[in-house]
Write a protein that binds this ligand. Sequence first.
Ligand code: SF4
Ligand code: ZN
Length: 735
Amino acid sequence: MSKIIASAAIRGAYKIVEQAEEKWKQAMDKWGANEPVGFPNTAYYLPVIYGILGEKVEKVGDMERILKRCRTLLPPPVREEHPLPYLAPALDAGMATFFAEEIIEAIRYLEQPDFYLTGEDITDNNIWLGAADDIILRKRGIEFVDGTAPGFAAVLGAAPTNEIAVKIAQELQQKSIYVFMAAEYNGKRFSEQLVEAGVQIGWPTRLVSFGPDISATVFAAGFAIRAGFTFGGIEAGDYRKHLIYNKDRIFAFAMPLGYVTDEWYANAAGAINFGFPIIADTPIPEVLPTGITTYEHVISNVPHDEIVAKAIETRGLKVAVSEVPIPVAFGPAFEGERVRGEDIYLETGGGRTPMVEWVTSKRMEDVEDGKIDVIGPELTDVEAGSQLPLAIVVEVAGRNMQEDYEPILERQIHHLVNYAQGAMHIGQRDIAWLRVSKQAVEKGFKLSDIGTLLHAKLHQDFGRIFDKLQVKLYTEEDKVKEVVEKAKKVYAIRDARIEGMTDETTDLYYSCTLCQSFAPSHVCVISPERTGLCGSYNWMDCKAAFEINPTGPNQPVDKGETIDAKLGQWKGVNEFVTKASRGKIDHYNFYSIINDPMTTCGCCECIAAVLPLCNGIMSVNREYSGDTPCGMKFTTLAGTIGGGISTPGFVGHGKYNTTQKKFAIGDGGLLRMVWMPKSLKEEIGERLKTRAAEMGVPDLLDKIADETVGTSEEEIMPFLEEKGHPALTMDSLLG
Ligand code: SF4
Ligand code: ZN
């Protein structure tokens, strides 16, 4: 801690303790030692004293002991030649400050019973709410525990203008953060500024005007301690646990606005004990080394338009936006809803226009949390029935963010966009597909709302892994194509992360049940050599997802005893699938299309099907809309087998999986592949050549037919014969 801060804090603590002693003597003279004292309607006495020292202050006489403790806590004033370190003595001074302030405030309750209001609301002639009683504590404190309120800001002093005060307060409110206000600067107080500006203050709006003086700051500390008592089950006097609980669970920070007096410094030192950092608007010395607080102790000279963001970042606060502020209804109830035909206002992707969605991490300073940009025409710029290209780029930053988490966040886009009433989303990555209904547009839904809902929900559900998130929505074709190119490179890197891992070398697979809302019996079990059929999740992604959310849709599956090594069937997997499909599916094979294949849901990138005449298989990707040799287009296939069932002869799979070693290996593997759309051949061509060479047929790609050869088994057969396709001479596929 800086010497300047330490010496100021210690000086301030002396002043406050002396003031408390003075008040106490007067109270003793006037009321006597047996006069009851305390804050109204609470079982926690003077809560900071009770929590930290385990002492019950019930009568004026009880205060003497505490004041003596304060004296022993007060270090000698810091002298010029005083050696380092300053931290511990200053922190003790901070604790003494809080004890003394509780005494000052308790005596005020005794002397002026009407000075503070009771209840949650201010009145026309009094705005000071004082200590929260236990009813308020229970009602409001639970919000800190269940995450509805991410934390509180203890605001001291006043902003330079009422406008700035309003702006800061609203910014904190929007983030659901409570604002606890005390102290005065330049004859003004933050709470009075808000009232003057016509802002509603009181507990219901989370703008809590504790009191006019600096000593009212202790009501914030008392609230925090009582949260530890009530919700943390911490005992009186267990100061270590109380302080740790506050550091870890009560995400609070102090925001002194205006000149920082010695008394303010003393309170700041008190706050640091609780792990609450100080974010100031004045150029006080900074205390940057981390340790007691989660991050920096004191950040100073922060401009008013950045102060809230800085405070949130410093405290490592996770902001949950409980309501999704978009003009249409939002929730899982709308997930399965379809948008069809005449109802469509806008359509993007789905093979009609390019569409891509991509989550990427950025540096902290490159992301402005909550910023949503639409680059190109908005919904309001186009007519009903239009089509637009669309790239949804979500940029995240945070101290805990890792590249491994990007695919997990990205996969949420599908579900979250579907949550919006009137929006239908299918697919992922660069094969996404979106429809927005006319009804949604009538209600005011815009493309920017996709950004808004992603920001709100990703913060809520994954706030633990990132701090800031912004969304860019591109609707200009060249821009979208640029993003597609960039994203594709990243997809390739993500896919390749499991290269080299084999199913044999791990006992742990991962489940994915994310798609059960559409396909209730569908369970993907993902092994290193069988990535999810949506192409979004491989084994690594599931592992990371499980780390982030241990109770989420990606659970480790102990594969257990091998039932069939060739087809890829394990006892542990079967047991898991039985349970996860609620008894609908009791077994399946990882490596076969013919024999009880894995279940398929509507998200699959590709669908493979058996072509009996050719003694081979085909695979069709979602982007290809034409006919295929199995007699069905992709959409028909997806509609037929994509409901979460296992359909012998057909299976959904990821593009990348096509070239993984275990692909359909139970049926003979990649060498069975006789037909693929030209675009898919081009897309995965390089990897396919490598894999085919490993299997002894380096020119397999040239032997695989596509739509330019034909779209029926009869049409492609001569081609296969002419090329000498290996499938023709393999064992009979149907056995
Ligand atoms: Fe998960 Fe499978 Fe759905 Fe992909 S297709 S999100 S892996 S359940
Ligand atoms: Zn799915």
